[in-house]
Design a protein around this ligand. Structure first.
Ligand code: THU
Length: 130
């Protein structure tokens, strides 16, 4: 699967967003250790703090489904400028070994970045001997 195809899956997933408060639809598509592609969208809540990001939805769904690690995460925001993952999602990515994050530039180009660039000097499971 190319980065562009993964972004297409993420954009399709964003159509499933439940975002009546922000009207900011986000989709994510991730590649698990066995090569499966799992997608997610942001799901908001009237209690705003209970909202769940697209990346968190995709990653937790994959892990709950048996994946043990995730190599790549693609993110697409349909409304407004392209977005980058929030801090909480970067930490969730860190837990499961994500190395590459595929973003889009404002002109729609594919923009891969490393998780190390997004979350330098990070805290991870090995610090707790996991
Ligand atoms: N959001 C995501 O789903 N992922 C991101 O990377 C950035 C933000 C969502 C959370 C909320 O539902 C909406 O976008 C506005 O913050």
């Amino acid at each position: 699967m190319t980065d562009e195809e993964l972004l297409t899956h993420a954009a399709e997933a964003a159509e499933g967003s439940y975002s009546p408060y922000s009207h900011f639809r986000v989709g994510s598509a991730i590649v698990t250790d066995d090569g499966s592609i799992i997608t997610g969208a942001n799901v908001e809540n009237a209690a705003f703090g209970a909202s769940i990001c697209a990346e968190a939805n995709a990653i937790t769904s994959a892990i709950a489904g048996g994946a043990t690690s995730i190599s790549t995460v693609a993110v697409v925001c349909l409304d407004g400028d392209p977005c980058t993952p929030c801090g909480n999602c970067r930490q969730i990515m860190r837990e499961f070994g994500v190395e590459r994050v595929i973003l889009q530039t404002p002109d729609g180009a594919t923009h891969p970045v490393s998780l190390e660039d997004l979350l330098p000097m990070s805290f991870g499971p090995e610090a707790l001997d996991i």
